[in-house]
Design a protein around this ligand. Structure first.
Ligand code: GLN
Length: 285
């Protein structure tokens, strides 16, 4: 039998030695998950049961192989809500909370009490579900193509008891856009990594689906194709809100302006990177 503190030390050392950035944090998350306690080291000398020890060792090994902590835990928090995650779905990132804030601000300032919202490339559903939780009267639809992501999306909708509509479809196809009309807000965190980004991915990110990451050579394919397609689904004062990568703000802004959008507002994430844009369609579209 091994004590909690001895096993914790061993596992965090193992992870540190194989290059895990926040080895102690990751070890703590694994202990919390397996032992089901908020402060597992509160009783450091308590013996760890064999089954739990095995599980902790397996999870440590997976982390050492570069698998993201979030996949190993199977659940991650976004905007204070829990989301199931695993192979085949993009892990919700704090950067995306900026997109949520921007949409919520538009709803506040435009007095949209029951907006019709579509989340394109919904993935885990973190955007669609969070918006529905924050705006209970909103009519929210999530669009996703990948079967693996769809599985998580459905789980997360029910985990959070969010009453949203789910559509399986390609956001680049006119047939999908044709299902929508009179929308107040289209929101999306599409794949936006460039070829160069894809060639130099952090180990953890290589475990995530490239279909959720790669946005073509310069990373802008989705913005170029989605903007003209989805602006036709907006009502006369509707908004399009995008997340994008570091340094892509001018290009995304130009794409929006070139498609007749006005009131383009950019917003920085908590790391200070210009991360999102919101733009309103011209009334005489
Ligand atoms: N933010 C993600 C990353 O940097 C990319 C997500 C996306 O392409 N939408 O890995």
């Amino acid at each position: 039998m091994v004590s909690r503190s001895a096993l914790y030390k061993e596992c965090s050392e193992l992870m540190k030695n194989c290059g895990t950035d926040d080895a102690e944090y990751d070890a703590m998350c694994i202990f919390q998950d397996v032992l089901g306690e908020k402060n597992p080291l509160f009783r450091p000398l308590e013996a760890v049961e064999e089954r739990d020890e095995q599980l902790i060792r397996i999870m440590t090994k997976r982390r050492c192989s570069g698998e993201p902590l979030q996949y190993i835990l199977g659940e991650w928090e976004f905007y204070g809500y829990p989301f199931k995650v695993g192979k085949g779905v993009l892990i919700p990132r704090p950067d995306t909370e900026t997109l949520i804030e921007q949409v919520l601000d538009i709803c506040r300032s435009e007095h949209l009490e029951a907006p019709r919202i579509a989340d394109l490339c919904a993935g885990s559903g973190c955007i669609a579900v969070t918006l529905k939780k924050q705006l209970p009267n909103a009519e929210v639809t999530a669009v996703e193509l990948s079967d693996a992501a769809m599985d998580y999306l459905k789980q997360n909708v029910s985990l959070n008891s969010a009453d949203i509509r789910i559509i399986k479809g390609d956001v680049l196809s006119p047939e999908t856009a044709a299902l929508f009309g009179d929308m107040d807000i289209i929101v999306s965190n599409p794949p936006y990594l460039t070829q160069e980004d894809m060639d130099t991915l952090q180990e953890e990110v290589t475990h995530e689906p490239s279909s959720a990451l790669f946005g073509g050579g310069d990373g802008l394919d989705f913005y170029r194709r989605m903007t003209p397609l989805w602006k036709t689904t907006l009502n006369s004062n509707g908004w399009l809100c995008y997340e994008f990568g570091m340094g892509q703000h001018d290009d995304v802004k130009n794409i929006l302006a070139g498609n007749g959008f006005k009131n383009i507002t950019l917003r920085r994430d908590l790391g200070g990177i210009i991360r999102t844009a919101a733009a309103q369609i011209q009334e005489d579209k």
